[in-house]
Design a protein around this ligand. Structure first.
Ligand code: FMN
Length: 201
């Protein structure tokens, strides 16, 4: 039986990452982990507020997810961070949360955990891989163990992102997740739980 505690900590402005987080949580629980799903404070920027009515409605319909706290990272031994692509980087809102972890970092409480990430962009090749790599810069400073998916499963040869899981939201920013996106999220969550479990034992 897994003793893994998986925290899924993400930001979403228009609902895509909310859905991605739920799929990752489902897979984490199926892999036997205790799972916390936490969204960092929305605090939308002007550009995000200019989203279409449909996007605004999507955001309003997002599940009521508890807000992320530093203790959620300390509690976990596996962490999945999720962020929409922002100019090929992570969203400022997630960065602000990560930047609030200085005291925990200073005490070494963020080290020796398994980390990985998921993202979405509006366009194909819109910066998904650079967003995940930017996220992983910080994981190295944590002393974390980045568990990238690589091509460790046949599904990865279909979705094609060895850095994490990702989705393209399309011209109207509302394209539903494809089966391959969901498979990538399931594989990623299962993999981080499996590796964290091996580390724990
Ligand atoms: C300020 C800003 C910057 C963005 N930068 C990019 C980008 O570099 N490439 C891209 O394809 N999409 C970009 N997008 C689109 C978002 O990545 C997309 O809307 C997001 O992944 C949707 O996730 P959400 O529904 O969870 O908020 C940007 C959106 C905003 C508001």
């Amino acid at each position: 039986m897994s003793t893994v505690k998986l925290a899924i900590v993400y930001y979403s402005a228009t609902g895509t990452l909310d859905t991605m987080a739920q799929h990752a949580a489902e897979a984490g629980e199926k892999a036997g982990a205790e799972v916390r799903v936490r969204r960092v404070a929305r605090r939308t920027t002007t550009g995000e507020r200019d989203a279409t009515d449909a996007q605004a409605a999507h955001a309003e319909a997002a599940p009521e997810t508890p807000g992320a706290e530093p203790d959620d990272i300390v509690w976990a031994n596996a962490v999945l961070f999720g962020s929409p692509t922002r100019y090929g980087n992570i969203a400022g809102q997630l960065k602000t949360f990560i930047d609030s972890l200085g005291p925990q970092w200073g005490q070494g409480l963020l080290a020796d955990k398994v980390y990985a990430g998921f993202t979405a962009s509006q366009t194909l090749h819109g910066g998904q891989e650079s967003t995940l790599l930017a996220l992983y810069n910080t994981m190295h400073h944590f002393g974390g163990i980045v568990v990238a998916p690589g091509y460790t499963d046949p599904t990865k040869f279909v979705d094609g992102n060895p850095y994490g899981a990702s989705h393209v939201t399309g011209a109207n920013n509302d394209a539903p997740l494809r089966d391959t996106d969901i498979a990538a999220l399931h594989h990623l969550a299962t993999r981080v739980v499996t590796v964290a479990d091996r580390l724990a034992s």
